[in-house]
Design a protein around this ligand. Structure first.
Ligand code: OSB
Ligand code: MG
Length: 370
């Protein structure tokens, strides 16, 4: 496979509802799409970086020069044995995993299309034809608003609820949710808002028998998570901390987590995501697929990833309509009344692109050639 050109596009899409985490509120997204073209066939990737360097150090503005000046030139015009070869070609970059991962995912999609195969099959997935879905619910302006939202998502069939927490929006709010919904699968995500000094407060969450608490401590701190896990019963799930299979192995060995959230962009693409998956599986640590408020392409890639066998817990990948009044793929991603997404069998990521719509919301475009 030889890639002739890579087209970068930045699209702007308002969210139907703001999304707030411990690091801030997002109302509109600026997303980078990567189109990799080989002999007239295109594969597409979506970069999962946020608009600001708050979740991790990457952001919409850092992606463009990294893909244009460092990632694309390494793969363009070169004979690639397979999509597997892309990640090693950009491995000399320090960090910038989301930028690398967005381009890498485009090449996986391209290769699947060249072979006429669905992406899920091409990456070695297919353990399930229906993906179990949960939802991630941001910090709301009031607890009653949160309870209403949860009620609506449960009525739509979603299998588990993740609520965002931060200091000042934690034990009391979780208690209210638990009192109202005593039996649901419930978890909390702190996005690194606490330190080990908060261990007593975090221990108070044990009484609510959460499925897990996600990333309570610093984004780059595995050892403190191990110390916290020794003090609390609720299983810790790591998100931000796990950027590679190596990190996953270290975290598991140190007993810093009992569950791993795998995000395609955060680990730099499909090759590393599969390696993280394999490390977790070998250790008996369950995984689930995290979300980054993706548009349809990223969502479809997440669905493909979620068909690997060890994605046994409901993930954050949910219906397009929860985020967008109109998505860039057609049909939009939809869920069943069982709270699942049906895996599609079309070649590549499995959905049609709405190119007219993409054109209408593109604020920047650039083509890179060999
Ligand atoms: O920590 O999982 C996270 C969104 C943006 C940044 C980080 C996270 C999230 C989510 C939303 O929880 C997941 C989604 O619905 O896409
Ligand atoms: Mg998270």
């Amino acid at each position: 496979m030889r890639i002739d050109r890579i087209i970068l596009r930045q699209i702007r899409m308002p969210l139907v509802h703001f999304f707030e985490t411990s690091f801030g509120r997002t109302t509109s997204r600026d997303i980078l799409l990567v189109e990799a073209v080989s002999g007239g066939v295109s594969g597409w990737g979506e970069v999962t970086a946020g608009e600001n360097p708050f979740y991790n150090e990457e952001w919409t503005g850092s992606i463009w020069p990294i893909v244009r000046d460092y990632c694309a030139p390494r793969v363009l015009g070169r004979e690639l044995e397979s999509a597997e070869a892309v990640s090693p070609l950009t491995a000399h970059l320090r960090g910038h995993l989301m930028a690398r991962g967005g381009m890498e995912a485009a090449v996986w999609d391209l290769e699947a299309r060249l072979l006429g195969k669905p992406l899920w099959q091409h990456i070695g997935g297919g353990a399930r034809k229906e993906i179990p879905c949960g939802v991630s619910i941001g910090i709301q302006d009031s607890a009653p608003e949160l309870l209403d939202k949860i009620e609506r998502e449960l009525a739509a069939g979603y299998q588990r609820i993740k609520m965002k927490i931060k200091p000042g929006w934690d034990v009391d709010v979780v208690r209210q949710v638990r009192e109202r919904f005593p039996r649901i699968k419930l978890m909390a995500d702190a996005n690194s808002a606490y330190t080990l000094a908060d261990a007593d407060r975090l221990k108070q969450l044990d009484e609510f028998y959460l499925m897990m608490i996600e990333q309570p401590l610093a984004h780059d701190e595995i050892i403190d998570h191990a110390a916290l896990q020794a003090r609390i019963q609720t299983p810790i799930c790591l998100d931000e901390c796990i950027r590679s299979a190596h990190h996953a192995g270290q975290a598991i060995r140190l007993r810093a987590c009992g569950i791993i959230n795998i995000k395609l962009g955060r680990v730099g693409g499909f090759r590393e995501a599969r390696r993280v998956h394999d490390v977790a599986q070998a250790a008996g640590v369950p995984a689930w697929c995290g979300g980054m408020l993706e548009a349809g392409i990223g969502r479809a890639h997440n669905i493909a990833l979620s068909t690997l066998p060890n994605f046994t817990l409901p993930g954050d990948v949910s219906a397009s309509r929860r985020y967008w009044s109109r998505d860039i793929v057609s049909p939009p991603v939809e869920t069943t009344s069982r709270g699942t997404i049906l895996v599609r069998d079309q070649p590549g990521f499995g959905y049609e692109l709405d190119l007219d719509f993409i054109r209408s919301i593109t604020v920047r475009e650039e083509t890179v050639t060999a």
